[in-house]
Design a binder for this molecule. Structure first.
Ligand SMILES: Cc1cc2nc3c(=O)[nH]c(=O)nc-3n(C[C@H](O)[C@H](O)[C@H](O)COP(=O)(O)O)c2cc1C
Length: 402
């Protein structure tokens, strides 16, 4: 299950402690786990334990403005390859069967377009109750996969059907679910840059650009999906962290270069960030005050480091494949072809970012791929499709070199 993403929903039952072991084992096998904890679930395990074991934050609130801003309940359920409910309480099975969406867990389950697996855990009478059995039939008919439960002694002192499957069984079921997959970039390492940079004028003001980070984040996800160990170095964006990537957040171009250099060695570098070409020569340490009658301050600009050129000239640490982006507003292909020569990179993905193109904030992109063989003109695609296509070409390049 290397590179797979599991959205784990933990509901309120004693067996929740066993779920901690599931997270550990699944992560040992290379999958990423992101957790949603129900209100009742939090009575049995703490968000801190889940966060520590998953090395990700834990989601529990449908109405958290921050989550909705950064992540969104829909995104949360769509980013995963599978949703696993463990333990799945009788209450949760009933809500799923009824299609209720009264909290984050049930909303994610209703909003998802991904397969759902459940590991029920409950008292034997609750399991045998006709209401629970009817719910199970409804869920099975809808394609929900059941892992367990098993028969045995229960925490409540009774004996019978309803014990949650053991962590090893749940992990085996996940392995079987994913099946053998060919990870075309497994064993490779990539650095992807994304988003804008912020260049300080003073502690409260900065110079930025309109990059949303959508394209860079999609590329990081596409590479990670192919099993590539991916570090995403990102400027400030509103994009959710792609699952399965190591994410390094930076602000300025200089921070971004340092983070990229720290992430070397890598086989692949994709520089999709819109790095500011210039920064202020001497950012003020205190807030620049508006003085009555005084002229506005003149900003003296100096050049920022060139991250693409630096990675392309990183000597024996140079990634085997360095891909740059060229954001152009005219003469897109000609300018990008010249940029490829100038920067010493291998490929350039050129796109038109003139306001009419809608590229910067939009979901689609019309790109031209400039390689040593010339220019390839791609049709207008979603940014996700551009990312998948680029990742497939990157994989093919490494396969051809083997
Ligand atoms: C000590 C204790 C243990 C419980 N264990 C279970 C359990 O194993 N299975 C279950 O379905 N409900 C169990 N419950 C009841 C659920 O926590 C309750 O139905 C809750 O509303 C479930 O909410 P959720 O499905 O949103 O997590 C238990 C309750 C308590 C107080």
């Amino acid at each position: 299950m290397q590179g797979k993403r599991i959205l784990l929903i933990v509901t309120g039952g004693i067996a929740a402690y066993k779920t901690l072991e599931v997270i550990r084992r699944v992560r040992e096998r290379g999958a990423a786990v992101r957790c949603i904890l129900t209100k009742s679930g939090a009575q049995f395990v703490t968000p801190l334990s889940l966060a520590a074991l998953s090395e990700d934050r834990v989601y529990d609130d449908l109405f958290s403005l921050t989550d909705e801003h950064e992540m969104g309940h829909i995104n949360l359920s769509r980013q995963a390859d599978v949703l696993l409910v463990a333990p799945a309480s009788a209450d949760m099975l009933a809500k799923m069967a009824a299609g209720l969406a009264g909290d984050l867990a049930t909303t994610a389950l209703l909003a998802t377009d991904k397969p759902v697996l459940v590991a029920p855990a409950m008292n034997v009478r609750m399991w045998e109750h006709p209401a629970t059995q009817a719910n199970i039939q409804i869920l099975k008919a809808r394609g929900v996969g059941f892992i367990g439960p098993n028969a045995g002694d229960m925490a409540c002192g009774e004996h019978g059907m309803g014990r949650m499957a053991e962590p090893a069984e749940i992990v085996d079921a996940l392995e079987a679910f994913f099946g053998p997959v060919v990870k075309r970039l497994s064993g490779r390492r990539a650095i992807v840059t994304s988003g804008p940079t912020h260049e300080a004028i003073d502690p409260v003001r900065y110079i930025a650009n309109r990059s949303s980070g959508k394209q860079g984040h999609a590329i990081a996800k596409a590479l990670a999906d192919m099993g590539c160990e991916t570090t995403l170095v990102t400027g400030p964006t509103h994009q959710p962290d792609p699952m399965g990537c190591r994410v390094v957040r930076i602000e300025s171009a200089r921070d971004m270069l340092a983070a990229c250099e720290a992430a070397l060695p890598a086989d692949i570098a994709v520089c999709a960030a819109a790095v500011a070409d210039w920064r202020t020569a001497d950012a003020a340490e205190g807030k620049i005050k508006k003085q009555p009658g005084a002229a506005p301050p003149a900003l003296k600009m100096i050049e920022n480091p060139d991250i693409l050129a630096a990675l392309s000239a990183a000597g024996n640490k140079r990634p085997a494949l360095v891909v740059g982006f060229a954001a152009e507003t005219s003469e897109v292909v000609a300018n990008a072809t010249a940029k490829r020569q100038r920067k010493g990179c291998d490929w350039i993905v050129a796109n038109d970012v003139s306001p009419a193109s809608g590229t910067f904030s939009g979901d689609s992109n019309t790109v031209h791929l400039i390689t040593e063989a010339g220019a390839e003109h791609w049709p207008t695609l979603s940014k996700t499709d551009v990312a998948d296509r680029l990742a497939a070409l990157i994989a093919a390049r490494f396969e051809a070199a083997e």
